[in-house]
Ligand binder design. Structure first.
Ligand code: SF4
Length: 215
């Protein structure tokens, strides 16, 4: 599902001063999912409402930055694609920052755990990565988007039967543990490869940036 932006280039006087909790801002290549291979500026927000055991982000350490400071940071890079990631970016009111970025012609994507509904028109690309394989009682509020990307640890795919209809692209991704051995990670890859072969409406997503040794 394409998410047409409703932003029309107008900003509010208070937008510049809106404060966000930011872990880091960096320029890299998206390594996973449908937009894999496309350079993006990653804006990583602090704070998450979940605590997944495989999480590779220290989202408890962040600095407060204004939207104007974030604009300055992203403008350092010759790149018009932004990914809001985290932590859980949708715990923030992203409208002020999105208004400023859209006025400058940025394409805005989000990677979210889906536990917060995303306002229509806020973003250009919505990737939902639900964690109900480890948090079965967490309800997924954002049930539409461009891609559904699930970390596969052997859970039954039937748990996504209702959810998957709201998404254009479906991905299963093995859990890559940098501390694990090649053999241990290989078992996860084999498991995911096998389930994708059995359920070809899902595609395999690999965290290629980790293999490349980049952020
Ligand atoms: S939802 Fe994402 S950011 Fe939050 S703990 Fe899980 S993996 Fe980490």
């Amino acid at each position: 599902m394409k998410s047409p932006s409703l932003l029309n280039g107008e900003v509010l006087p208070t937008d510049d001063h809106t404060v966000y909790n930011i872990v880091e801002i960096f320029h890299s290549v998206q390594g996973e999912g449908y937009r894999s291979g496309i350079p993006h500026v990653f804006v990583r927000f602090g704070v998450c409402n979940l605590r997944c055991e495989w999480c590779d982000t220290n989202f408890d350490e962040y600095e407060q930055k204004t939207a104007a400071e974030i604009m300055d940071a992203v403008s350092e890079f010759a790149c018009k694609n932004i990914i809001f990631t985290g932590g859980e970016p949708m715990l923030n009111d992203l409208w002020p920052l999105a208004r400023l970025l859209k006025r400058q012609g940025y394409h805005l994507s989000v990677e979210s755990n889906g536990t917060v509904a995303i306002p229509d028109g806020l973003l250009d690309w919505i990737c939902i990565s639900p964690k109900d394989q480890v948090y079965p009682n967490v309800s997924i509020k954002q049930r539409q988007g461009d891609e559904l990307k699930c970390v596969y640890v052997g859970q039954p795919l039937s748990m996504y039967d209702d959810l998957k209809d709201g998404f254009t692209h479906l991905f299963l991704q093995p859990c890559y543990d940098e501390a694990a051995s090649v053999e241990e990670n290989g078992r996860g890859f084999s498991l995911t490869e096998a389930i994708v072969k059995e359920h070809p409406e899902w595609r395999l997503s690999l965290q290629t940036h980790k293999w490349m040794g980049i952020l």
